[in-house]
Design a protein around this ligand. Structure first.
Ligand SMILES: Cc1cc2nc3c(=O)[nH]c(=O)nc-3n(C[C@H](O)[C@H](O)[C@H](O)COP(=O)(O)OP(=O)(O)OC[C@H]3O[C@@H](n4cnc5c(N)ncnc54)[C@H](O)[C@@H]3O)c2cc1C
Length: 317
């Protein structure tokens, strides 16, 4: 008889196996992945595997997953498009909940755009433009989700999420769901209540204004041209690595410190935009951290300015 016959296996199931089964009951087996490489799910293309990776379809499944994870006390992480993220080379020993793949419903009524958390910000801004709705032009080159953008009040050029968001429906750690107004979301520079209190964004409503299509498109084309000219969009990265220090520009300080092109292994301070750190091939998360630390130390030493990372680190470093 096959020694793997379960009738002869007296070992109790591992807790992770039980969790995996319970997750599969919610989302279906095909949407629960074991040891999924997170490098595949981040724009930096670094990082090890998630112990479990789950892809909910819709808000009810997301709620059921988060209820289960909190009941079990399982460590978890909400993933958007991974465009602001550096995952440890050892990966994440918990459950990654990927909202970017199937929480993607979006609709427009009048001047309001309603989107689930996983909708791509770029798609939302394209959709608004196509309907002659102005307000999301700034977002046309930000490769994240609505949820990730609300988390950090993403912004570019003269706009940011706080300027156009009307409400967001969020889940609190105790499992309750509330629709918060823009004011209640306490937006600041790369900050929000979602980030400060580790809430989960489920959906959001944006209040836009009508404007001529050509005017909206011209703005988006201008932003895209400026990005293409100044940013190393051909290489994996997580965008600007550091927040803007009051009174300075991070990229200028880094360049002035002589760090343009500074490289450790496969990770380099971009020569095209010194505020970006790029993966020039085979880079690792520990190399990203080493470059970040070196840049911080040099800028502190030469200019007495503290650079605070804007990007998120997940797992142990
Ligand atoms: C080439 C490039 C250009 C960029 N340009 C800009 C720019 O101009 N302006 C700018 O602000 N950013 C920019 N970024 C950074 C990034 O795109 C934004 O920060 C984006 O908002 C991150 O969204 P995400 O879905 O990828 O989040 P992720 O990277 O997946 O996650 C980031 C954080 O958000 C949290 N999060 C994600 N979804 C949710 C949710 N539903 N509820 C609660 N928390 C959530 C995660 O848990 C994590 O802590 C750029 C990045 C790249 C690669």
């Amino acid at each position: 008889m096959d020694s793997s016959d379960s009738s002869h296996n007296t070992e109790p199931p591992h807790p992770q196996e039980l969790l995996c089964q319970a997750l599969a009951e919610i989302v279906g087996e095909e949407n629960v992945l074991l040891k999924e490489p997170l490098a595949k799910h981040t724009t930096f293309k670094v990082g090890g595997p998630a112990a479990l990776f789950v892809i909910p379809s819709g808000i009810n499944q997301t709620q059921a997953i988060l209820d289960l994870l909190s009941e079990q006390g399982a460590p978890s992480f909400i993933l958007g498009r991974g465009s602001d993220l550096v995952v440890s080379d050892e990966g994440f020993p918990g459950v990654v909940v990927d909202l970017s793949q199937q929480l993607t419903d979006v609709s427009v009524e009048g001047t309001e755009l309603v989107a689930q958390a996983g909708v791509s910000l770029i798609d939302a801004s394209e959709m608004a433009a196509a309907l002659s709705l102005s307000g999301l032009e700034f977002a046309c080159g930000i490769p994240g989700t609505i949820g990730g953008a609300i988390y950090m009040n993403a912004g570019a050029y003269e706009g940011c999420i706080a300027d156009v968001l009307k409400t967001a429906t969020v889940r609190f750690a105790d499992g309750t769901v509330h629709t918060l107004t823009n004011e209640e979301l306490n937006f600041g520079y790369r900050m929000s209540k979602v980030r400060a209190e580790k809430l989960c964004v489920l959906s959001a409503t944006f209040e836009l204004t009508t404007a001529p299509f050509e005017k909206i498109r011209a703005k988006m084309e201008d932003y895209t041209r400026r990005r293409e000219e100044k940013q190393p969009l051909d290489l994996p990265s997580a965008g600007s690595v550091f927040k803007r220090p009051p009174g300075y520009f991070a990229g200028k300080l880094i360049g002035d410190a002589g760090l343009s092109g500074f490289r450790i292994g496969g990770i380099q301070v971009s020569e095209k935009h010194n505020g970006f750190i790029v993966n020039v091939g085979g880079g690792t998360a520990s190399e990203v951290l080493a470059v970040v630390k070196h840049v911080q130390a040099e800028v502190r030493k030469q200019f007495g300015v503290e650079l605070e990372p804007e990007i998120q680190f997940l797992g142990s470093f």
